[in-house]
Ligand binder design. Structure first.
Ligand SMILES: NC(=O)c1ccc[n+]([C@@H]2O[C@H](COP(=O)([O-])OP(=O)(O)OC[C@H]3O[C@@H](n4cnc5c(N)ncnc54)[C@H](OP(=O)(O)O)[C@@H]3O)[C@@H](O)[C@H]2O)c1
Length: 363
């Protein structure tokens, strides 16, 4: 094993942070887990994290406050840390812009303040969608290319990553990991929190929203939570190799055509119709549909327009673990898990189809 380290993990109770914490403690490192309002650490499978005695120290803090609002004793512990992994962020969409500014931008500034003051190497968790609203290939080396962010969350993550790059330019050792859309575990589809794309899947498969502005050749990139946690952990533990790199933690893009075809395999699901954004009008939706569109789907419809591919050459070259296979079989695993736990209703028995055989063969 590499030298045992002490790592401050912000957002340790989050979907990604808890899995990173689990991996670090399991590998013999000590984690200072920054806890905010949620004081429990649950693994992605919903079970409580049970690290070896002494390997986990929860610290109460708030990244919106200078010094992360840490008590003096806790700050002394943090100052002696070997690494910081910054996962904490507001990840829900549709909140007031000021909230993203306070947590995602000012919060990152406060984390950078500590990292810089004590010269602690930083792994910053950003998002692949700092690429903004554009089509084509987004490279790991690109950051601000004049893109228009898809929403206030993306804007805040772009600003935060820019701050991190500025600090790197001033001598702070940093690595940036950019996940795409974090979804269930690669092998099982299991996910702890049904957020981001999941509420949209729920609305559309129930037929509550039937028409969505989007392009059938737009691509959604879903990445298994275990891939993200592995890459972030690897970046922290093999920092010498990761320093200065930006790594795309991404899966394989699925087009909306893929989505539609896979949803159509499930007898209990409704399949939405994607219409060109230029001819879509939310006001023209049926009364029963419009509130669901406005409240949930509209927050994500920028993702149904982008024909984007995330190049992950650097991540592939850095990581000792191969990127998991994605595509339609992975989407089916996600959906099967949702049905298993009742999130997308009860499963309806079905005849095996060629598509289902394709899935079995790929396991
Ligand atoms: N999930 C995705 O699809 C996705 C995609 C791309 C990038 N990312 C990035 O990956 C990182 C982790 O995402 P995630 O999905 O694990 O997020 P998450 O599940 O929403 O967890 C966010 C974490 O941040 C903490 N936090 C929020 N406000 C805080 C504050 N003021 N002070 C301290 N901690 C605070 C939360 O703690 P409390 O709950 O106690 O407030 C929670 O532990 C984020 O930087 C996110 O932007 C996520």
């Amino acid at each position: 094993m590499a030298r045992a380290m002490t790592v401050l993990v912000t957002g340790a109770s989050g979907l990604v942070g808890a899995e990173v914490t689990a991996r670090l403690t399991a590998a013999g490192h000590t984690v200072l887990a920054l806890m905010h309002s949620n004081g429990t650490l649950l693994r992605n499978n919903g079970r409580k994290l049970t690290p070896a005695p002494g390997s986990l120290t929860p610290l109460t803090g708030d990244i919106t406050r200078p010094g992360l609002g840490l008590a003096d004793d806790d700050m002394r512990r943090v100052a002696a840390a070997d690494r910081i992994v910054h996962c904490a962020a507001v990840t829900d969409f549709g909140l007031p812009e000021e909230r993203y500014e306070r947590v995602n931008v000012a919060g990152t500034r406060h984390v950078l303040g500590i990292a810089t003051a004590h010269r602690i190497p930083l792994v910053h968790v950003s998002t692949a969608y700092v690429c903004g609203e554009r089509d084509g290939v987004a490279l790991e080396d690109e950051l601000d290319v004049g893109q228009r962010p898809g929403n206030a969350y993306e804007k805040s993550k772009l600003t935060a990553e820019t701050l991190v790059h500025t600090a790197a330019g001033e001598g702070l050792p940093v690595t940036v990991v950019r996940p795409s859309i974090v979804t269930g575990a690669a092998r099982t589809g299991c996910v702890r929190d049904f957020k981001t794309i999941y509420p949209v899947l729920r609305m559309v498969t129930r037929g509550l929203v039937r028409t969505i502005p989007g392009h059938y050749n737009a691509a959604l990139d879903l990445v298994p939570v275990d891939r993200v946690a592995d890459l972030v952990t690897e970046a922290a533990t093999r920092f010498e190799d990761a320093e200065g790199l930006t790594l795309h933690a991404v899966g394989h893009p699925l087009t909306l055509r893929d989505f539609s075809d896979v949803l159509a395999e499930y007898p209990s699901f409704q399949v939405p119709r994607f219409v060109p954004p230029s001819s879509f009008s939310a006001a023209a939706l049926p009364d029963a549909e419009r509130p669901f569109y406005d409240r949930v789907v509209s927050l994500y419809d920028t993702y149904f327009r982008r024909r984007i591919h995330f190049d992950a050459t650097r991540a592939a070259a850095f990581s000792a673990r191969p990127a998991p296979a994605g595509g339609r079989p992975y989407l089916r695993r996600l959906l099967d898990h949702c049905l298993k736990v009742g999130y997308l209703g009860a499963p309806v028995p079905r005849e095996p189809s060629p598509a289902r055989s394709e899935r079995s063969a790929s396991r």
